[in-house]
Design a protein around this ligand. Structure first.
Ligand SMILES: Nc1ncnc2c1ncn2[C@@H]1O[C@H](COP(=O)(O)OP(=O)(O)OP(=O)(O)O)[C@@H](O)[C@H]1O
Length: 373
Protein backbone atom coordinates (compact mmCIF):
# COMPACT_ATOMS: atom_id res chain seq x y z
CA UNK A 1 0.00 0.00 0.00
CA UNK A 2 1.43 3.38 -0.86
CA UNK A 3 1.52 5.93 1.92
CA UNK A 4 -0.17 9.29 1.41
CA UNK A 5 0.01 12.66 3.09
CA UNK A 6 -3.59 12.13 4.23
CA UNK A 7 -2.61 8.90 6.03
CA UNK A 8 0.03 10.88 7.89
CA UNK A 9 -2.33 13.74 8.78
CA UNK A 10 -4.94 11.27 9.97
CA UNK A 11 -2.43 9.82 12.48
CA UNK A 12 -1.25 13.23 13.55
CA UNK A 13 -4.83 14.25 14.25
CA UNK A 14 -4.79 11.76 17.14
CA UNK A 15 -1.87 13.44 18.93
CA UNK A 16 -2.28 16.66 20.92
CA UNK A 17 -0.10 19.50 19.55
CA UNK A 18 2.30 21.78 21.47
CA UNK A 19 -0.53 23.42 23.48
CA UNK A 20 -1.58 19.99 24.78
CA UNK A 21 -5.14 20.34 23.36
CA UNK A 22 -5.33 21.13 19.64
CA UNK A 23 -4.60 18.05 17.53
CA UNK A 24 -1.12 18.25 16.03
CA UNK A 25 -2.54 18.02 12.51
CA UNK A 26 -4.66 21.13 13.11
CA UNK A 27 -2.25 23.17 15.21
CA UNK A 28 -0.59 25.01 12.30
CA UNK A 29 2.92 23.99 13.29
CA UNK A 30 3.58 21.29 10.71
CA UNK A 31 5.87 21.87 7.76
CA UNK A 32 5.12 20.42 4.37
CA UNK A 33 4.81 16.65 4.72
CA UNK A 34 7.12 14.91 2.28
CA UNK A 35 6.36 11.28 1.46
CA UNK A 36 9.17 9.70 -0.48
CA UNK A 37 8.45 6.05 -1.24
CA UNK A 38 7.98 4.44 2.17
CA UNK A 39 9.71 7.26 4.07
CA UNK A 40 8.03 10.30 5.61
CA UNK A 41 9.69 13.58 6.52
CA UNK A 42 8.34 16.70 8.18
CA UNK A 43 9.12 19.14 10.94
CA UNK A 44 7.21 20.72 13.80
CA UNK A 45 7.82 24.43 14.41
CA UNK A 46 8.19 25.18 18.11
CA UNK A 47 9.39 27.93 20.39
CA UNK A 48 13.12 27.08 20.82
CA UNK A 49 12.79 27.74 24.55
CA UNK A 50 10.38 24.76 24.70
CA UNK A 51 12.39 22.47 22.41
CA UNK A 52 13.52 20.18 25.25
CA UNK A 53 10.03 19.94 26.73
CA UNK A 54 8.52 19.16 23.34
CA UNK A 55 10.91 16.33 22.48
CA UNK A 56 8.28 13.74 23.63
CA UNK A 57 5.84 15.32 21.16
CA UNK A 58 8.37 14.90 18.34
CA UNK A 59 8.94 11.29 19.33
CA UNK A 60 5.21 10.57 19.61
CA UNK A 61 4.64 12.02 16.12
CA UNK A 62 7.52 10.02 14.67
CA UNK A 63 6.32 6.79 16.30
CA UNK A 64 2.74 7.40 15.14
CA UNK A 65 3.88 7.85 11.55
CA UNK A 66 6.18 4.82 11.69
CA UNK A 67 3.19 2.75 12.80
CA UNK A 68 1.29 3.47 9.55
CA UNK A 69 1.24 0.32 7.41
CA UNK A 70 3.70 0.75 4.54
CA UNK A 71 5.89 3.30 6.31
CA UNK A 72 9.44 2.04 6.69
CA UNK A 73 11.00 5.14 8.14
CA UNK A 74 10.10 8.59 9.39
CA UNK A 75 12.22 11.59 10.23
CA UNK A 76 10.43 14.18 12.32
CA UNK A 77 12.36 17.08 13.72
CA UNK A 78 11.65 20.16 15.77
CA UNK A 79 12.44 23.42 14.10
CA UNK A 80 12.45 26.89 15.61
CA UNK A 81 9.48 29.01 14.62
CA UNK A 82 10.09 32.71 13.96
CA UNK A 83 7.96 33.86 16.91
CA UNK A 84 9.72 31.45 19.23
CA UNK A 85 13.12 32.54 17.95
CA UNK A 86 12.39 36.07 19.04
CA UNK A 87 11.47 34.92 22.50
CA UNK A 88 14.46 32.62 22.90
CA UNK A 89 17.07 33.28 25.57
CA UNK A 90 19.87 35.51 24.34
CA UNK A 91 22.85 33.17 24.43
CA UNK A 92 24.43 34.56 21.28
CA UNK A 93 28.21 34.92 21.08
CA UNK A 94 29.55 37.90 22.98
CA UNK A 95 31.24 39.57 20.01
CA UNK A 96 28.03 39.63 18.04
CA UNK A 97 26.88 43.09 16.98
CA UNK A 98 23.38 44.30 17.73
CA UNK A 99 20.79 42.51 15.57
CA UNK A 100 19.68 44.38 12.45
CA UNK A 101 16.14 45.47 11.80
CA UNK A 102 14.74 42.10 10.74
CA UNK A 103 17.00 39.86 12.77
CA UNK A 104 15.60 37.99 15.72
CA UNK A 105 17.76 36.85 18.64
CA UNK A 106 18.58 33.22 18.04
CA UNK A 107 19.98 30.91 20.67
CA UNK A 108 23.71 30.41 20.14
CA UNK A 109 25.49 27.07 20.36
CA UNK A 110 26.97 26.31 23.76
CA UNK A 111 30.76 26.14 23.50
CA UNK A 112 30.87 27.71 20.02
CA UNK A 113 32.18 31.27 20.04
CA UNK A 114 31.43 32.39 16.47
CA UNK A 115 29.37 30.89 13.66
CA UNK A 116 30.14 32.26 10.20
CA UNK A 117 28.59 31.49 6.83
CA UNK A 118 30.48 31.06 3.58
CA UNK A 119 28.08 31.84 0.77
CA UNK A 120 27.94 32.67 -2.91
CA UNK A 121 25.23 34.22 -5.02
CA UNK A 122 25.61 31.46 -7.60
CA UNK A 123 26.90 27.90 -7.80
CA UNK A 124 30.26 26.72 -9.00
CA UNK A 125 32.35 29.72 -7.92
CA UNK A 126 34.42 27.60 -5.53
CA UNK A 127 32.46 28.34 -2.36
CA UNK A 128 33.00 24.92 -0.77
CA UNK A 129 36.69 24.76 -1.71
CA UNK A 130 37.10 28.20 -0.16
CA UNK A 131 35.09 27.26 2.94
CA UNK A 132 37.22 24.17 3.62
CA UNK A 133 40.52 25.99 3.10
CA UNK A 134 39.31 28.97 5.14
CA UNK A 135 38.40 26.60 7.99
CA UNK A 136 41.85 25.00 7.82
CA UNK A 137 43.43 28.46 7.58
CA UNK A 138 41.66 29.43 10.81
CA UNK A 139 42.92 26.21 12.38
CA UNK A 140 46.46 27.07 11.26
CA UNK A 141 46.12 30.26 13.33
CA UNK A 142 45.81 27.98 16.37
CA UNK A 143 42.01 28.09 16.58
CA UNK A 144 39.54 25.27 17.19
CA UNK A 145 37.35 25.00 14.14
CA UNK A 146 34.31 23.10 12.89
CA UNK A 147 32.61 22.92 9.51
CA UNK A 148 28.89 22.47 9.02
CA UNK A 149 28.08 21.49 5.46
CA UNK A 150 24.70 23.15 4.97
CA UNK A 151 24.82 22.69 1.21
CA UNK A 152 21.99 20.24 1.48
CA UNK A 153 21.53 19.99 -2.29
CA UNK A 154 25.15 19.11 -3.01
CA UNK A 155 27.18 18.35 0.11
CA UNK A 156 30.91 18.53 -0.72
CA UNK A 157 32.64 18.36 2.67
CA UNK A 158 32.86 14.53 2.79
CA UNK A 159 34.90 14.69 -0.43
CA UNK A 160 36.88 17.83 0.41
CA UNK A 161 37.94 16.43 3.81
CA UNK A 162 38.25 12.87 2.51
CA UNK A 163 35.74 11.59 5.02
CA UNK A 164 33.57 8.50 4.78
CA UNK A 165 31.32 6.72 7.22
CA UNK A 166 28.52 7.62 9.53
CA UNK A 167 28.81 9.88 12.58
CA UNK A 168 28.58 7.98 15.89
CA UNK A 169 25.60 8.53 18.13
CA UNK A 170 26.88 10.06 21.34
CA UNK A 171 23.84 10.13 23.57
CA UNK A 172 20.14 10.32 22.78
CA UNK A 173 19.95 12.09 19.43
CA UNK A 174 23.32 13.81 19.67
CA UNK A 175 25.82 12.94 16.94
CA UNK A 176 29.58 13.19 17.02
CA UNK A 177 31.11 15.13 14.14
CA UNK A 178 33.80 13.44 12.05
CA UNK A 179 37.40 14.58 12.26
CA UNK A 180 38.91 15.99 9.06
CA UNK A 181 42.52 17.11 9.53
CA UNK A 182 41.67 18.23 13.07
CA UNK A 183 38.48 20.05 12.05
CA UNK A 184 35.10 18.84 13.37
CA UNK A 185 32.99 18.18 10.26
CA UNK A 186 29.27 17.46 9.94
CA UNK A 187 27.54 17.04 6.62
CA UNK A 188 24.17 15.80 5.44
CA UNK A 189 26.35 13.73 3.09
CA UNK A 190 27.27 11.52 6.08
CA UNK A 191 23.64 10.89 6.94
CA UNK A 192 21.73 10.23 3.74
CA UNK A 193 22.23 8.47 0.42
CA UNK A 194 23.40 10.60 -2.47
CA UNK A 195 19.93 10.43 -4.01
CA UNK A 196 18.04 11.65 -0.96
CA UNK A 197 18.99 15.35 -0.66
CA UNK A 198 16.92 16.36 -3.68
CA UNK A 199 13.70 15.79 -1.80
CA UNK A 200 14.67 18.15 1.02
CA UNK A 201 12.90 21.35 0.27
CA UNK A 202 11.91 24.52 2.09
CA UNK A 203 11.11 23.73 5.72
CA UNK A 204 12.73 20.32 5.38
CA UNK A 205 16.03 21.95 4.55
CA UNK A 206 15.78 24.17 7.58
CA UNK A 207 14.88 21.27 9.76
CA UNK A 208 17.91 19.28 8.58
CA UNK A 209 20.20 22.25 9.19
CA UNK A 210 18.77 22.84 12.64
CA UNK A 211 19.41 19.22 13.50
CA UNK A 212 22.96 19.30 12.19
CA UNK A 213 23.58 22.52 14.07
CA UNK A 214 22.02 21.72 17.41
CA UNK A 215 22.08 17.94 17.66
CA UNK A 216 25.81 17.58 17.11
CA UNK A 217 28.39 17.56 19.87
CA UNK A 218 30.60 20.36 18.51
CA UNK A 219 32.63 20.57 21.71
CA UNK A 220 34.48 23.84 22.25
CA UNK A 221 35.03 25.80 19.05
CA UNK A 222 36.38 29.24 18.27
CA UNK A 223 34.72 29.26 14.86
CA UNK A 224 32.10 27.10 13.17
CA UNK A 225 32.20 27.63 9.39
CA UNK A 226 28.86 26.97 7.69
CA UNK A 227 29.09 26.14 3.98
CA UNK A 228 25.79 27.52 2.70
CA UNK A 229 23.88 26.23 -0.33
CA UNK A 230 24.58 28.45 -3.35
CA UNK A 231 22.08 31.13 -4.30
CA UNK A 232 19.88 33.66 -2.61
CA UNK A 233 16.50 31.91 -2.67
CA UNK A 234 14.10 31.14 0.15
CA UNK A 235 16.16 28.27 1.59
CA UNK A 236 19.22 30.50 1.93
CA UNK A 237 17.23 33.38 3.36
CA UNK A 238 15.56 31.17 5.95
CA UNK A 239 18.90 29.73 6.93
CA UNK A 240 20.51 33.14 7.21
CA UNK A 241 17.63 34.08 9.49
CA UNK A 242 17.62 30.98 11.65
CA UNK A 243 21.29 30.21 12.21
CA UNK A 244 22.88 32.49 14.82
CA UNK A 245 25.49 33.91 12.45
CA UNK A 246 28.24 36.28 13.57
CA UNK A 247 28.92 37.19 9.95
CA UNK A 248 29.09 36.02 6.36
CA UNK A 249 31.88 35.65 3.84
CA UNK A 250 30.84 35.99 0.20
CA UNK A 251 32.80 34.12 -2.46
CA UNK A 252 32.68 35.39 -6.03
CA UNK A 253 34.57 35.02 -9.25
CA UNK A 254 35.47 38.31 -10.94
CA UNK A 255 33.02 38.20 -13.88
CA UNK A 256 30.21 40.74 -14.04
CA UNK A 257 27.50 38.08 -13.81
CA UNK A 258 28.96 36.43 -10.73
CA UNK A 259 29.32 39.84 -9.14
CA UNK A 260 25.65 40.65 -9.63
CA UNK A 261 24.87 37.45 -7.74
CA UNK A 262 27.45 38.25 -5.07
CA UNK A 263 25.76 41.62 -4.60
CA UNK A 264 22.45 39.79 -4.11
CA UNK A 265 24.21 37.59 -1.52
CA UNK A 266 25.44 40.63 0.38
CA UNK A 267 21.94 42.13 0.18
CA UNK A 268 20.37 38.93 1.49
CA UNK A 269 22.50 38.84 4.64
CA UNK A 270 22.12 42.53 5.24
CA UNK A 271 18.35 42.16 4.97
CA UNK A 272 18.37 39.81 7.95
CA UNK A 273 20.93 41.84 9.91
CA UNK A 274 23.92 39.50 9.44
CA UNK A 275 27.12 41.54 8.98
CA UNK A 276 29.35 40.86 5.99
CA UNK A 277 32.85 39.79 7.02
CA UNK A 278 34.00 40.41 3.47
CA UNK A 279 34.24 39.27 -0.11
CA UNK A 280 36.80 36.80 -1.51
CA UNK A 281 37.64 36.86 -5.21
CA UNK A 282 38.15 33.23 -6.21
CA UNK A 283 39.66 32.18 -9.55
CA UNK A 284 40.93 35.74 -9.61
CA UNK A 285 43.77 35.21 -12.07
CA UNK A 286 45.80 32.38 -13.56
CA UNK A 287 49.54 32.04 -13.37
CA UNK A 288 50.84 29.76 -16.14
CA UNK A 289 52.74 26.96 -14.39
CA UNK A 290 55.16 26.70 -17.35
CA UNK A 291 56.13 30.30 -18.07
CA UNK A 292 54.92 32.07 -14.92
CA UNK A 293 52.89 34.58 -16.97
CA UNK A 294 49.81 35.86 -15.22
CA UNK A 295 46.49 35.85 -17.13
CA UNK A 296 43.39 37.67 -15.90
CA UNK A 297 41.01 35.19 -17.49
CA UNK A 298 37.81 36.49 -15.89
CA UNK A 299 38.74 40.18 -15.78
CA UNK A 300 40.49 40.27 -12.42
CA UNK A 301 39.68 42.76 -9.65
CA UNK A 302 35.89 42.95 -10.01
CA UNK A 303 35.18 41.62 -6.53
CA UNK A 304 37.54 44.10 -4.89
CA UNK A 305 35.81 46.98 -6.71
CA UNK A 306 32.42 45.58 -5.79
CA UNK A 307 33.40 45.27 -2.12
CA UNK A 308 34.50 48.91 -2.11
CA UNK A 309 31.21 49.93 -3.76
CA UNK A 310 29.19 47.97 -1.23
CA UNK A 311 31.25 49.27 1.68
CA UNK A 312 32.23 45.78 2.88
CA UNK A 313 35.75 44.46 3.56
CA UNK A 314 37.71 42.80 0.75
CA UNK A 315 39.40 39.68 2.11
CA UNK A 316 41.69 38.63 -0.71
CA UNK A 317 42.24 37.05 -4.10
CA UNK A 318 42.74 33.35 -4.72
CA UNK A 319 44.05 32.44 -8.18
CA UNK A 320 42.66 29.79 -10.46
CA UNK A 321 45.30 27.18 -9.81
CA UNK A 322 45.52 23.53 -10.78
CA UNK A 323 46.96 22.46 -7.41
CA UNK A 324 43.95 23.96 -5.59
CA UNK A 325 41.53 22.01 -7.79
CA UNK A 326 43.52 18.77 -7.82
CA UNK A 327 43.97 18.75 -4.07
CA UNK A 328 40.39 19.79 -3.33
CA UNK A 329 39.02 17.09 -5.59
CA UNK A 330 41.34 14.48 -4.04
CA UNK A 331 40.30 15.39 -0.49
CA UNK A 332 43.74 16.79 0.29
CA UNK A 333 43.06 20.47 1.04
CA UNK A 334 45.99 22.62 0.03
CA UNK A 335 46.25 24.47 3.35
CA UNK A 336 47.22 21.26 5.16
CA UNK A 337 48.90 19.29 2.41
CA UNK A 338 51.06 22.11 1.02
CA UNK A 339 51.25 24.44 4.03
CA UNK A 340 54.41 26.20 2.85
CA UNK A 341 53.03 26.96 -0.62
CA UNK A 342 51.80 30.30 -1.89
CA UNK A 343 48.15 29.20 -1.96
CA UNK A 344 48.09 28.02 1.65
CA UNK A 345 49.57 31.38 2.60
CA UNK A 346 46.76 33.22 0.78
CA UNK A 347 44.09 31.24 2.61
CA UNK A 348 45.81 31.83 5.97
CA UNK A 349 45.92 35.56 5.27
CA UNK A 350 42.21 35.55 4.49
CA UNK A 351 41.54 33.52 7.64
CA UNK A 352 43.54 36.03 9.64
CA UNK A 353 41.44 38.94 8.31
CA UNK A 354 38.25 37.07 9.22
CA UNK A 355 39.47 36.16 12.69
CA UNK A 356 40.64 39.69 13.50
CA UNK A 357 37.14 40.98 12.87
CA UNK A 358 35.50 38.23 14.92
CA UNK A 359 37.94 38.48 17.79
CA UNK A 360 37.90 42.25 18.03
CA UNK A 361 34.15 42.58 17.63
CA UNK A 362 34.55 44.85 14.58
CA UNK A 363 32.66 42.49 12.31
CA UNK A 364 31.68 43.84 8.93
CA UNK A 365 33.30 47.24 9.21
CA UNK A 366 35.67 47.92 6.31
CA UNK A 367 39.09 49.27 7.19
CA UNK A 368 38.99 53.07 7.33
CA UNK A 369 40.11 54.72 4.10
CA UNK A 370 43.15 56.89 4.57
CA UNK A 371 42.86 60.08 2.59
CA UNK A 372 45.98 62.19 2.12
CA UNK A 373 45.14 65.80 1.32
N1 LIG B 1 40.87 28.71 -6.87
C1 LIG B 1 40.60 27.62 -7.56
N2 LIG B 1 41.44 27.15 -8.52
C2 LIG B 1 41.15 26.04 -9.25
N3 LIG B 1 40.05 25.32 -9.10
C3 LIG B 1 39.16 25.71 -8.17
C4 LIG B 1 39.39 26.88 -7.34
N4 LIG B 1 38.33 27.00 -6.49
C5 LIG B 1 37.49 25.98 -6.77
N5 LIG B 1 37.98 25.22 -7.77
C6 LIG B 1 37.37 24.03 -8.39
O1 LIG B 1 36.12 24.44 -8.96
C7 LIG B 1 35.14 23.41 -8.80
C8 LIG B 1 33.93 23.97 -8.06
O2 LIG B 1 34.35 24.30 -6.75
P1 LIG B 1 33.39 24.12 -5.49
O3 LIG B 1 32.73 22.79 -5.48
O4 LIG B 1 34.17 24.54 -4.30
O5 LIG B 1 32.34 25.24 -5.88
P2 LIG B 1 30.97 25.60 -5.21
O6 LIG B 1 30.77 27.04 -5.49
O7 LIG B 1 30.92 25.16 -3.79
O8 LIG B 1 30.03 24.73 -6.07
P3 LIG B 1 28.52 24.29 -5.79
O9 LIG B 1 27.78 25.56 -5.85
O10 LIG B 1 28.24 23.38 -6.94
O11 LIG B 1 28.51 23.64 -4.44
C9 LIG B 1 35.86 22.27 -8.07
O12 LIG B 1 36.32 21.32 -9.00
C10 LIG B 1 37.04 22.94 -7.40
O13 LIG B 1 38.14 22.08 -7.21
Amino acid sequence: MSVTRENVLERLARIPGPDGRTPLAASGVLSEIVVHGSKVYFSIAVDPARAGALEPLRKAAEDAVKAIPGVEGAVVSLTADAKGGAAAPAAAPAARPAPGPQQTAKPGLPGVKHIIAVASGKGGVGKSTTASNLALGLQALGLKVGVLDADIYGPSMPKLFSLKGKPKLKSGRILEPLDGYGVAVMSIGFLVDEETPMIWRGPMVMSAITQMLREVDWGTLDVLVVDMPPGTGDAQLTMAQQVPLAGAVIVSTPQDLALIDARRGVGMFEKVGVPILGVIENMSYFVCPNCGTRHDIFAHGGARDEAVKLGVPFLGEVPLAMPIRERADAGLPIVVTEPDGVHARLYREIADKVWRQLDSGTVGRPAPRIVIE
